[in-house]
Design a protein around this ligand. Structure first.
Ligand code: B12
Length: 387
């Protein structure tokens, strides 16, 4: 099964270095086209994560463009495309073309799945860096990702501003500091979305950025500009690996490049790099294209996890019906940091009780009911967050 990469020695190595690499390998696992076979890609995702790799899974039904946008914004070392729908010969070359258009022609594409032997030379000729077929051992998949990982140069070749922003974020998050003369600007608003695992934070954030973008485009005089997301997921305390799956809830096939979305792995509540990352995003573009709002999605938080409050202007705490009785509400911690409460999954049993208990403690703070999977309550939530 999976191998563990490298042996950590110093604190720096424990956090950032894997063997001879200057950062943990980041891989984007993607499935393009109408291909619903996701079992293989999930097996690979787990093997890579358990080997200390940071895995970004972008979900099913991606287009070459949406995958290329994800690869650039996530600053991945390699795209691993799983192809089971016999569309590899058309979609593979288009993915490579799109990576060029997004300013990252240097990101290698590895491809696996149902790839007939006779097609492999054509894929290699089109620029796919490695091809794998069924029966590929997981150790080989891990080694392929590791060997495709290069040290993070300070400047991304080609001068694409968004690609450079993505690299700047990688370096700042790894503790290497921003480039000299980098412009840092605090966006108009920074909104933290926190709550327990499974409360539906990612789906809410995905719906919020869609609603925000629609509003901003419909009425530019609102001055909303663009929005960005920084989404945190936990890093394994054992291997340092992480599965970063939040972006799969966002419909990048329709949003394209309008939203900048970055996934990052942290241990515990280590948001030390967040302030600078928000500044980088704020300073990355200007005018109508400027990022005026940054949504920060926390790791699944427990009662005591309140540090996000120090980094954002507004904190929304997401709860779901059936999570506990009124005594839970009176305990100190996460509920105290809420500027507003979201009762998500409001169609679940226990919604009345949750809202009633929240009213007891909310004071003047708003309580918004949502069913994120159906977009219900999302416009009202955005109104409350922008108020
Ligand atoms: C299970 C299965 C299904 C399940 C999928 C469940 C799921 N959630 O994934 C269901 C029943 C839903 C299904 C449906 C269909 N299937 Co089907 N399915 C299979 C089957 C039997 C096994 C696939 C599997 O899960 N294997 C186990 C996993 C762990 O292995 P894997 O996916 O191969 O992945 C491994 C390697 O390929 C490799 N790998 C995979 N991707 C990548 C990527 C990279 C970068 C790397 C390095 C490695 C790598 O590593 C993985 C781990 O070892 C295969 C036949 C087969 N034996 O492969 C057909 C097969 C893939 N299905 C096929 C077809 C045609 C279909 C349908 C169109 C059938 C129909 N007419 O409705 C639908 C389409 C569904 C859709 N929406 O896309 C064909 C595809 C033919 C082709 N591409 O030329 C196959 C090959 C069957 C056949 N011989 O005809 N299927």
């Amino acid at each position: 099964m999976a191998t563990t990469l490298g042996t950590a020695t110093s604190e720096f190595e424990k956090k950032d270095r894997v063997g001879d690499l200057d950062h943990r390998p980041r891989v984007l696992l993607g499935k393009m086209g109408l291909d619903g076979h996701d079992r293989g890609v999930k097996v690979i995702a787990r093997a890579l994560r358990d080997s200390g790799v940071h895995v970004i899974y972008s979900g099913l039904w991606q287009t070459p463009k949406s995958l290329a946008v994800s690869a650039r914004d996530e600053d991945v070392d390699v795209v691993a495309a799983s192809m089971m729908s016999n569309s590899h010969l058309s979609l593979g070359p288009r993915l490579i073309e799109q990576l060029g258009k997004m300013g990252r022609p240097d990101i290698p594409v590895q491809m696996g799945g149902i790839l007939p032997q006779e097609d492999i030379p054509k894929l290699l000729e089109a620029g796919v860096s490695r091809c794998f077929t069924t029966g590929t051992g997981l150790v080989d998949v891990v080694e392929a990702v590791r060997s495709a990982t290069r040290a993070h140069a300070v400047e991304v070749p080609g001068g694409n501003a968004t690609a450079q922003l993505a690299r700047d974020i990688s370096r700042v998050h790894d503790g290497k500091g921003a480039r000299p003369d980098t412009v840092l600007r605090k966006p108009t608003r920074v909104i933290g979305i926190t709550g327990s695992p499974g409360a539906g934070k990612s789906t809410l954030v995905a719906q919020l950025v869609g609603e925000y973008t629609r509003r901003s485009e419909a009425d530019p005089s609102l001055g909303l500009g663009r929005c960005a997301v920084v989404a945190f997921d936990p890093m394994s305390p054992i291997t340092g690996g992480a599965l970063l799956g939040d972006r799969l809830r966002v419909d990048f096939n329709s949003l394209g490049e309008k939203v900048f979305y970055r996934s990052l792995a942290i241990r515990g509540e280590d948001y030390a790099s967040l302030g600078e990352i928000i500044g980088l995003i704020g300073g990355a573009s200007e005018g109508a294209d400027a990022f005026e709002t940054v949504f920060v999605e926390t790791v699944g938080a427990g009662q005591n996890e309140t540090k996000i409050r120090d980094h954002v202007d507004t904190t929304a705490v997401v709860l779901t019906p059936g999570m506990g009785d009124a005594v839970q509400m009176d305990k100190a911690g996460i509920l105290e940091i809420a500027d507003l409460f979201v009762c998500n999954k409001a169609d679940n049993p226990g919604e009345n009780e949750l809202v009633r208990d929240l009213r007891d403690i909310a004071g003047k703070r708003a309580i918004v009911e949502t069913i994120a999977t159906q977009s219900k309550g999302v416009p009202e939530l955005l109104d409350a967050l922008l108020a």
